[in-house]
Design a protein around this ligand. Sequence first.
Ligand SMILES: NC(=O)c1ccc[n+]([C@@H]2O[C@H](COP(=O)([O-])OP(=O)(O)OC[C@H]3O[C@@H](n4cnc5c(N)ncnc54)[C@H](OP(=O)(O)O)[C@@H]3O)[C@@H](O)[C@H]2O)c1
Length: 298
Amino acid sequence: MARIAIVGVGAIGGVTAALLQQAGGHELLLCTRKPMSGLSVETPDGVVTVHAKFVTDPCEAFEVDWVLVATKAYDVAGAAKWLDKLCSKGAPVAVLQNGVEHRERFAPYVALENILPVMVDCPAERQTLDKIRQRGVMHLKVPDSGLGREFVEMFSGTPADATVVPDFVSVVWRKLCFNSAGVLSALVLQPAGVVRDERMSEVALQIIRECAAVARAEGAHLEENVPDLVLAAQRAAPADSINSMLADRQAGRPVEIDARNGVIVRLGRKHGIATPMNSMAVALMETMTGKRLAVDQI
Ligand SMILES: NC(=O)c1ccc[n+]([C@@H]2O[C@H](COP(=O)([O-])OP(=O)(O)OC[C@H]3O[C@@H](n4cnc5c(N)ncnc54)[C@H](OP(=O)(O)O)[C@@H]3O)[C@@H](O)[C@H]2O)c1
């Protein structure tokens, strides 16, 4: 039994809340930007109505045993405003976000030993403010550590696939290989099927190859043929599926371009690895969305 706060109750935060409720015994505090009075999650096993306390003002928060952050990567500064109160007794912060820089993003706000990076894989989307649709199993992978094991225990008895992994670095970079090519769909404003086109397929492959090269330089162990496997999986995905970067762009929200492609360029530069395709994707996206980063930020 734990008091658990979730900061950011969108697709991932909502599914996580429903799972923790199914675990039983936890007390949930849902920290949102917009006022919410209820939450229902359509899971593959039926609808779960979440019973929780909802707060919109960080001043109304109180200390808890665990904080789970499930905002987009570009909303970290706002999410951090909740942490003073929530972590006043040293609660650990699990970061359920895409990318490979979970610790770096929260290091300005939380002691490093209290940050737990989480690789989250789950097809889900928010349908309305208080309704989430979960289309498949939520996979949660965390480093094998004391915090990691405690986190996994919270999901015990739920339909989530929550596990500790010995090589977390490889797990998050493998996911980034997959996510990196998603930028193409977001750039051309077309669903996932766009990579079935032979020319787009070749561009996607080059983006993924750059990601895999940087991943290996960062210590990830990836098989030689990872780019081909990732591309094959993308081409086999439902042609009408919409990744979260495309969804954000269609909705006029910011996009996680830095967490998904900018990081490949920045870390590639650190290792002397050329990443022209990712650089171009970042420049195009920043220009199209009207957000230009300073040259030394990308
Ligand atoms: N959706 C998926 O299928 C999926 C799968 C794997 C990984 N991920 C990753 O998981 C992370 C979360 O994605 P998501 O799809 O759940 O995003 P999302 O549906 O956009 O939800 C993010 C939520 O964070 C809230 N938020 C932002 N700033 C906040 C603040 N200062 N205080 C409280 N709440 C705040 C947003 O509130 P508003 O309502 O005000 O915008 C929104 O409800 C991302 O890194 C994403 O890439 C997503």
